[in-house]
Design a protein around this ligand. Structure first.
Ligand SMILES: [Zn+2]
Ligand SMILES: [Zn+2]
Length: 283
């Protein structure tokens, strides 16, 4: 029965993080492009790059366009400066390449790219361990990349992460998700539940641009609304020594001794050694 849980697929040569060489190359080159577009100020620059605002940024932000990693990172850098005690707020390009800092018990706020042209905000503030809240202005589901990024940040010892997708007032077009995600992060930093936020769509982009120019984020123009419903509860099952979920492009193998599942690419030598030692102790 268990064998049917996971689809075994053919895959090319894996790297340490179980990605094909071409996937890694594509990610590295996009990271290089990302860094090239910004001015790095200190040796923490890969973790927290800084940027110069250009004319095209104004066009993207105040016109109706999707925000990019650059804009989300500028906003999160400003929040980190204004609320230094809050963890997370890491550069969004670190997530897809598996480089987010592990937060475990630290309270954090983080904006994520879902891998499907969409931005969301997550936090573990006011959550028990192994639990997370998601603020998503469009969907009530999780993409594979979102699950992986959540798993990487929590690096959870449990076999599951409970996710509560919060009942927020939805965005009214297809392109405002980045602005909404920043507004949720801002609200969480101030200790205000984003579920009560009804953003004033006409002014939020102009507001964001003015905040960027002033280098200080202020609460977004909004009215208060009652909570539109209940959170949607989902679960992310966690496997392997890497503490990540199942991924469609990775074969899984079940340990014949303890029935735990592992990504084949993770090649868990320590796990095998542990069983070996247990057997030898019994002798
Ligand atoms: Zn693994
Ligand atoms: Zn085992």
């Amino acid at each position: 029965m268990k064998q049917n849980v996971f689809k075994k697929v053919k895959h090319s040569k894996k790297t340490k993080n179980n990605e094909t060489a071409s996937q890694v190359n594509a990610k590295v080159s996009s990271e290089v492009e990302f860094l090239k577009s910004g001015k790095c100020s200190h040796n923490d620059s890969i973790k927290r790059p800084t940027f110069k605002l250009e004319k095209e940024d104004e066009a993207i932000i105040t016109g109706n366009h999707m925000l990019t990693d650059k804009h989300i990172t500028i906003a999160q850098n400003l929040l980190k400066k204004q609320f230094p005690h809050i963890n997370g707020l890491m550069s969004t390009t670190l997530g897809p390449i598996g480089q987010f800092e592990v937060m475990q018990n630290k309270k954090f706020i983080q904006i994520l790219h879902t891998g499907q042209t969409h931005w969301i905000c997550i936090t573990n503030i006011d959550c028990p361990n192994g639990t997370i809240k998601v603020y998503d202005s469009l969907y009530k589901s999780l993409t594979p990349l979102t699950k992986k990024q959540i798993a990487d940040i929590l690096y959870c010892e449990n076999d599951k992460i409970d996710v509560f997708i919060q009942p927020v007032v939805p965005q009214t077009n297809a392109v405002d998700c980045g602005v909404y995600a920043i507004a949720y992060a801002m609200s969480l930093c101030l200790g205000v539940d984003p579920c009560h936020l009804k953003l004033n769509r006409r002014n939020i982009r102009q507001h964001l641009w003015q905040c960027f120019l002033a280098e200080k984020l202020l609460p977004f123009p909004s009215s208060r609304c009652s909570i539109p419903g209940h959170p949607t509860k989902l679960q992310i099952r966690i496997f392997c020594s890497c503490r990540r979920p199942y991924e469609a492009n990775q074969a899984m193998a079940e340990c014949s001794r303890c029935s735990r599942w592992f990504h084949q690419g993770c090649g868990d030598i320590l796990h095998t050694v542990k069983h070996f030692l247990q057997t030898n102790r019994k002798r």
